[in-house]
Design a protein around this ligand. Structure first.
Ligand code: MN
Length: 741
């Protein structure tokens, strides 16, 4: 940390002019009016905001834009870099920016903003890897990541003005996230700088040790480098090879890592110095290699040819380590200019070529294929399209979400909280009773987005998964786990459900059940289906191991083999199916008529404890995987559980839809003095009112009192009130209550 803190406030105008000049150098046809407009716009928006050291805030965004220019990014990126903090820190919106600078720039700025908002926590390597992938996926357009890296680089360069706390967290994030991303994108120069800057704050003592040791050796190293450089230069000149030679001390962090991870002293580290020879063509690379090995003694096992076998991040060079005249080993890297640009700026070098006079170079498609390889994507996506719109679409089939602890979980795109729960552990999935995304309870169908924080609510007494979950789950592994649960835990239920499905399918096929259970037929059918009993068939259908259609088809085949079934015409079959569909649909619609706040399409059922009907004040309870159950607000269960710390949070607002048209089932309880003919009288009243009674059960309580429970269908409370009013006039009736009261 430099303490020579002679604060000089930076002059934005001057910085901007320098920026414009650099942009013009790279691309003379750039729209400078647009560039200046972006500068003034950002300047106005950040007016009054200061950097910690006292300069105007705009100096940061100009500096970030300058880095983007050095990377060779295109005009849109530079404009976006100037505006990159506007959505986050000023009143400007995506729409404002889009209107003035186009949708591309607005999207880039918004992308950077999203990345800025991601919270990091330090984790083990695998977690970090997912985090990096998530950032790449969120960025969508690779330029977003590059602008973010430029932003981070400038922030790291000015980190000395920040608090200790911020220095540490930002440096850790840089070391764990941004330097590796820069590395993967092949941006060596930026990666080195990010690492060195981070090290200053992460291990100030270690950093100082390395720099002190280097400084001590500096006079020797410098003389040495000069003489080596000259020697090589002379040799190349003699042989008429046009080459540029430069020597450098390796970056601090790479020396630091060797010293601490391999437990070495600085004088035990070989290549402190590295020379780079840049030539015009590949043939010269190998020529130079020959001369170097002729002049100095090569160290065995230190020769690497990344020209014939490039690194996955597109890096190409020949590396060799030799021993110089003073016995000091040094590394030589030999490459062409083309390879050099790629090594310095990686993927960003793409724009350098692109803005050059001949447009996109042949072979760029090939060059960019590595990004996808590198980031382990699907092998079958289309490389050309990827290059064409420079989108990071390699993660389009994946989504990355957080656990509340900050772990990143990788799921298939379209995944739901159910996939998430089973992705963590099947025990979590099986005991799931609800889910929160970003702190709010959501339906299980909710599709997760990159960066969502997902929390699974579990309970020991959870009833286990519901069959609907298999339809909701996106990942095969979650579905398999749910199936396994049903197979294991729910044989009885599977048999019941499977039997029902089998029977209805059988009816469709026009086969009577008796034909299946027929003594002569049954053994053949079981053999055909490869099971021991019909229950096995039902269980398998029940847990989803076999479809009812498939089972019935096999049964049909088997029966047709032995006897001729009356064949139905296709039209008849279609009509039958249509009828059944219709019946199923009406059944589904009848559960509607209730609006659930925040949920569009969830399963609604009416509680059995208080059987609400339209007109009642109602409230919904998010059940364990079976949708929302609707209760009356005066229901005992609601009143006792609404403040419960565990379940209280699961009550949500529901309301009757504007015009509920169907009937609702409700239950009433009639208390009366015991007398003969009581039930008869009740039935007569109900009949005279045309009430749709589903059941009526009466019981003698103690010879003095009796009670009747009536289940009936009504449209609303008004209708129910009339019925209750008339029943009260029946002789002997003392009280009428609704169930749940
Ligand atoms: Mn920034």
């Amino acid at each position: 940390m430099q303490e020579d803190d002679k604060r000089e406030y930076l002059d934005p105008e001057q910085m901007y002019e320098k920026l414009e000049k650099s942009v013009l150098e790279q691309n003379p046809s750039v729209d400078t009016a647009r560039l200046r407009a972006a500068y003034s716009c950002a300047k106005g928006a950040h007016e009054g905001q200061k950097r910690r050291e006292g300069s105007d805030y705009i100096t940061h965004t100009i500096a970030a834009a300058q880095i983007c220019v050095e990377m060779g990014l295109d005009e849109d990126s530079v404009v976006a870099a100037l505006l990159h903090d506007c959505i986050e820190d000023t009143k400007l919106t995506h729409a404002d920016i889009s209107k003035r600078f186009g949708i591309t720039v607005a999207d880039l700025v918004e992308g950077v903003t999203k990345l800025t908002r991601v919270q990091y926590t330090s984790k083990e390597d695998e977690q970090m890897e997912n985090m990096r992938k998530m950032l790449m996926a969120m960025a969508k357009d690779i330029r977003v990541i590059l602008i973010k890296i430029a932003d981070r680089l400038h922030n790291m360069r000015t980190m000395q003005y920040q608090t200790k706390e911020k220095q540490r967290t930002k440096s850790l994030e840089t070391m764990e996230i941004y330097a590796p991303i820069a590395h993967r994108l092949g941006m060596q120069k930026i990666k080195w700088e990010l690492e060195d800057l981070s090290l200053i704050y992460l291990d100030p003592i270690g950093y100082k040790e390395v720099t002190d040791a280097l400084e001590e050796r500096m006079p020797v190293l410098e003389t040495f480098m000069q003489s080596m450089e000259q020697k090589i230069k002379l040799r190349l000149d003699d042989w008429g090879i046009n080459g540029t030679i430069s020597g450098r001390i390796k970056h601090i962090y790479s020396i630091y890592r060797k010293m601490y991870s391999q437990n070495k002293q600085i004088n035990e580290i070989f290549d402190l110095c590295a020379f780079r020879v840049i030539v015009d063509n590949i043939a010269d690379c190998y020529n130079v290699l020959g001369h170097i090995h002729d002049m100095f003694k090569p160290l065995p096992g230190r020769f690497k040819d990344y020209i014939s076998t490039p690194k996955p991040n597109m890096y190409q060079s020949i590396h060799t380590t030799v021993i110089g005249s003073e016995g000091i080993p040094f590394e030589v890297q030999i490459r062409t200019w083309d390879m050099h640009h790629t090594a310095e700026y990686g993927i960003a070098a793409h724009w350098k070529y692109k803005s050059g006079e001949q447009g996109v170079k042949q072979g760029d498609e090939e060059k960019f294929a590595w990004v996808r390889r590198l980031l382990e994507t699907q092998a079958d996506s289309d490389a050309e399209n990827f290059i064409h719109d420079l989108k990071i679409d390699m993660f389009s089939d994946e989504v990355f979400v957080f656990t509340p602890q900050g772990d990143v979980i990788n799921l298939p795109a379209g995944a739901t909280p159910i996939d998430f729960a089973y992705g963590i552990h099947s025990a979590i999935g099986n005991s799931m009773i609800g889910a929160k995304v970003n702190g709010r309870i959501v339906p299980f169908e909710r599709v997760l987005q990159n960066g969502d924080i997902v929390e699974v609510l579990t309970s020991k007494s959870a009833p286990g998964p519901s069959r609907d979950w298999m339809k909701i789950a996106k990942s095969g592994s979650a579905r398999t786990k749910i199936k396994q649960w049903f197979k294991k835990e729910k044989r009885e239920e599977n048999i019941l459900n499977g039997k029902a499905a089998f029977e209805s399918e059988l009816r469709l096929a026009g086969i009577p059940m008796s034909a299946v259970t027929d003594e002569e037929m049954l053994p053949n059918i079981l053999k055909k289906l490869a099971v021991f009993s019909l229950d096995d068939v039902f269980a398998s259908i029940g847990y989803g191991g076999m479809t009812a259609t498939r089972a019935v088809n096999k049964v049909k085949d088997e029966i047709q083999k032995t006897q001729k079934l009356p064949q139905k015409t296709t039209l008849e079959k279609m009509n039958e199916r249509a009828e059944i569909r219709k019946a199923q649909q009406t059944e589904k619609i009848s559960v509607h008529g209730v609006l659930v706040e925040g949920l569009d399409n969830c399963l609604v059922k009416f509680s059995r404890c208080c059987t609400p009907v339209p007109g009642d004040d109602i409230v919904g309870f998010i059940t364990r995987g079976y949708g929302v159950s609707v209760h009356r607000t005066d229901c005992k269960n609601y009143l006792t559980s609404k403040d419960d710390p565990k379940d209280g949070g699961r009550w949500i607002n529901v309301s009757w839809a504007a015009a509920p048209s169907e009937s609702y089932v409700t239950t009433i309880k009639i208390m009366a003095r015991e007398r003969s003919g009581f039930v008869m009288d009740i039935a007569t009243v109900l009949n005279s009112l045309g009430a749709k009674v589903l059941s009526l059960a009466a019981r003698d309580l103690d010879g003095v009192k009796s009670t009747a429970t009536v289940s009936l269908e009504v449209k609303n409370t008004a209708e129910l009130d009339i019925i209750i009013g008339r029943l009260k006039t029946v002789a002997g009736v003392t009280e009428i209550t609704r169930a749940g009261d």
